[in-house]
Design a protein around this ligand. Structure first.
Ligand code: FMN
Length: 510
């Protein structure tokens, strides 16, 4: 009699949980699945003896990859005990994470070894990323139909996330590239077919390149090809570089500035400075060489932005452009300058990463507090909510400078209000009136509404500039608790602590 074996390789429990779910769903005769007479009892891969499996048998494997694409401990022994020749049928569901260089390394090795030894795949291997639930539902559906005698769906299965990541970013085409205020750039990227999945709060990483004008100016300075600096961050000037310059040029002022006691003055000095400014002002004798720079300048690090969309086809981000004059020359922010210089139709390398600290809780009301481009994750969340039949009670407190030109995504937010996805929109424009009015002032002015939302279980999400919002929002919350809840200062502090402990205040500050 033929047998079906369901095995898992799991380090932190995901694959084991899915294997148990698979067995339970099959047994419960899920509406999509076929009845299955003998319950499947999932077991670790190490306990599977393939020498006992014949041509009629089926091995179903759900396994993650660990280390550098290696098997989890409870699957370690499996490949070593594989017989030289196999005749059984199999299907592999691989769990992984595209941010690891060896994405789904073990499940890929396992699939290759099984087929090389003569085992027959009934479905193409699944390479699933951290958002694996959708793939799992489809895999379960196809395999359960196969078990019920209908192999077509399994044969047609094609569930493989492309292995983009830090080592191989995904090249996304720009679909839209426009300005939504004087200084805010809105960019939409095509991710259809990429396998990229994300949730509100997640981050997109950009891999910017240096400003070509700065590179040209450096080539003129060195009278040489400076392409060796292409991957170097020309704006993040490390102390080791400044020490090298001070030593080579005998610049005692710079040496003095590098002393620990002068760290605040050093920070001021470095603000807005790039490598060319430093060379022009501190090294007129051109003692610092290209090799020196190559050695001490850090590589360009990918830059993270909050995703401002919820579509599986398109990914939106917004960024405030940085552009200023320093020493008579125009300076651009590295990634905003890079993105501003691109156009519709260009491709840009990206990677998407989860941001668990700032994940949205769809089962609770949301009290969202954001300033400027800090509105981005809230746009994503509201877009997701507007795709659902019912939405939570959601409040957004949004702060910017001027109401007539800085109401970012204003049309969308107004339509969310009309649809009911956004229950309350509170805005604070700091420069509309003589008297400055910030988002924390708007929180105090709407204390009753905010207190009511928090009392009804809302999670508080704060996104925006660290120095503006870090302490100010906490102070405003304390005032809200006292003002609207009639709490003493001590009680208000205890409430804030309790919310923090319960994970009901989530911050993404930059
Ligand atoms: C320390 C560590 C190493 C990992 N190495 C890899 C890897 O090399 N390739 C990969 O695709 N995923 C890797 N992952 C991601 C896991 O495969 C992924 O989180 C999976 O869902 C875990 O499933 P499990 O809980 O069943 O073990 C790694 C995760 C951790 C925490």
């Amino acid at each position: 009699m033929s047998q079906t074996i369901l095995a898992f390789g799991s380090e932190s429990g995901n694959a084991e949980r899915l294997a148990n779910q698979f067995a339970e769903r099959l047994q419960a005769n899920d509406p999509h699945s076929a009845p299955h007479s003998t319950p499947l009892c999932p077991l670790p891969l190490n306990q599977v003896d393939c020498s006992k499996l014949g041509a009629d048998d089926l091995l179903l494997v759900i396994t993650s990859s660990f280390g550098d694409g290696e098997p989890p401990a409870n699957a370690e022994a499996f490949l070593d005990q594989l017989p030289a020749a196999c005749s059984f049928r199999y299907a592999v569901f691989g769990l992984g994470d595209v941010s690891y260089p060896n994405f789904c390394g073990y499940s890929k090795d396992l699939d290759a070894a099984l087929s090389q030894k003569g085992a027959h795949p009934i479905a193409a291997r699944v390479d699933a990323d951290i958002y694996f639930d959708g793939f799992f539902d489809q895999w379960f559906d196809a395999i359960s139909r196969y078990l019920a005698g209908d192999p077509a769906q399994a044969a047609a299965l094609d569930l493989q996330v492309a292995a983009y990541g830090d080592s191989a970013p995904y090249e996304a085409k720009i679909l839209r590239h426009d300005r939504i205020s004087d200084s805010v750039l809105n960019v939409e990227l095509d991710i259809a077919g990429s396998g990229i999945q994300y949730a509100p709060g997640d981050l997109v990483y950009l891999y910017p390149q240096n400003d070509p004008f700065l590179m040209m100016a450096l080539a003129t300075w060195f009278e040489a090809d400076v392409s060796a600096l292409a991957q170097k961050d020309l704006r993040a000037l490390p102390k080791t570089l400044l020490k090298t310059v001070a030593r080579a040029t005998g610049d005692s002022d710079l040496a003095e500035l590098l002393k620990f006691k002068n760290r605040a003055a050093l920070q001021d000095y470095l603000y807005g400075l790039d490598i060319l400014d430093l060379l022009e002002t501190r090294d007129p004798g051109k003692l610092i060489t290209l090799d020196d720079l190559q050695e001490v300048l850090p590589d360009i690090a990918p830059r993270a932005y909050s995703i401002a969309s919820a579509s599986p086809q398109k990914l939106r981000l917004c960024m405030r452009e940085i552009s200023y004059d320093h020493s008579g020359r125009k300076h651009l922010g590295l990634s905003t300058g890079y993105m501003a210089a691109r156009a519709v139709g260009d491709s840009v390398p990206i990677a998407v990463r989860p941001n668990p600290e700032f994940a949205f809780d769809a089962d609770r009301p949301a009290l969202m507090i954001g300033t400027g481009v800090g509105v981005a994750p809230f746009i994503s969340y509201l877009e997701q909510q507007s795709q659902q039949d019912e939405s939570q009670t959601n409040i957004l407190c949004f702060g910017e400078k001027l109401s007539h030109c800085d109401f970012l995504y204003g049309d969308f937010l107004t339509s969310c209000q009309a649809m009911g996805t956004l229950s309350t929109l509170i805005t604070a424009y700091s420069r509309d009136h003589e008297q400055k009015f910030y988002v924390q002032d708007a929180m105090r002015a709407n204390a009753d509404a905010l207190y009511g939302a928090i009392q009804s279980g809302a999670v508080i999400y704060v996104c925006g500039n660290k120095s503006h919002l870090g302490g100010a929002v906490n102070d405003a919350l304390l005032d809200v608790f006292q003002q609207a809840g009639q709490n003493s200062p001590e009680e208000a502090s205890a409430m804030l602590r309790a919310l923090e402990t319960a994970g009901r205040i989530r911050r993404d500050l930059f």
